[in-house]
Design a protein around this ligand. Sequence first.
Ligand code: CO8
Length: 260
Amino acid sequence: RVGFSSIEAEVEGGVATITVARPEALNALNKQVMQELVSACLFLDRNHPSAKVIIVTGSGDKAFAAGADIKEMATLSYADAYNSSLLNGWETLRTVRKPIIAAVNGYALGGGCELAMMCDIILASDKAQFGQPEITLGVIPGMGGTQRLTRAVGKSRAMEMILTGQRIGAAEAERIGLVSRVVPAAELMAEARKLASKIAEFSTPVVEKAKECVLVAQEQSLGEGLRFEKREFWSCWALDDQKEGMGAFVQKRKPAFTHK
Ligand code: CO8
C-alpha cells in the first residue's frame, strides 16, 4: 500500500486499487489528483507486473469525483487557463495497457464522468449519478466528454446531457449503455474486485491486445479496425499462452497461463 497525498493505491493479488482521497471536496480532480493518479497508473502499468488490472474509485460514499476542481480553475485568465497543465496528464491514461475499471460509487460529474469514461469498464453502484454539468458553469466539457459520451450513448442523448447539464441515475446510465452494470452500493468494491480478478486470470498480453482492439474501434474506421484486429489476432500465435490456452482446451484441462 502506497500513500500519496490525494490518492491511495494498493495492490492485492493481481488487482491494484486507486482511490481518489479528497472526500471533503467530493473527490474533485485537482492538479495533484491528476498527477498522482496518472503516475500511479503508469507505474502500475509499466513497473508492476503482478498488478494485472487497475480499479479506480472515489473515497467516501458520496462521490466518485464531482468534477474537475472548480476552485482551482475559477479565476484563471484565458491565457493562464490555455497554458496551464491542468488537462495535460489525463490523456496519458490512454497509454495504459492494463485494463482499468471505474468503480463509480456516487457522483461522477463533469471531469468525474469523463474520468470514468476514460476507463475501460464502468461498474456503477445503485447510488451513482452521472452528468456533464459544465454548461451550468459557463464552460463545456474538457476532458473528453463531448467525444466519449457521444460515442457511448449516441448523439441525441449526449447532446441533451451536455446542453442541459442534467444528471442521470445509475439505472438510466445502464439503460443507455454508459455503464456496463449496476450493483448494490455495499457490493460495489467486491464486485469490481471479482471482475478484475476474473480478467487477471487470463494471459496479460492477450488481455492487452483485446483492450487495444476495442479502443481502436472507438477511434478508427471499421475497415482499419478490422485490419488491426486481424493482425493482433494472428500475433497471439507468437505467445506461449496461445499454445497453452488452445492446448488445454484440446486436452480437456484448465489452462495455466504464464502471461508470456
Ligand atoms: N470542485 C471543487 N469543489 C467541489 C466540487 C468541484 N467540482 N464539487 C464539490 N466540491 C466541494 C464543495 O465546494 C464543498 O466544499 P465546502 O464544504 O468547502 O463548501 C464540498 O465539496 C461538498 O460539496 P457540496 O456542499 O456542494 O455537496 P452537496 O451534496 O450539497 O452537492 C454536488 C453535491 C451536487 C455534487 C455539488 O457539490 C456540485 O454540484 N458540485 C459541482 C459539480 C460540477 O459542476 N462538476 C463539474 C466541474 S467542471 C469540470 O469537471 C470540467 C472538466 C474538464 C476540465 C478539466 C480541467 C482539469
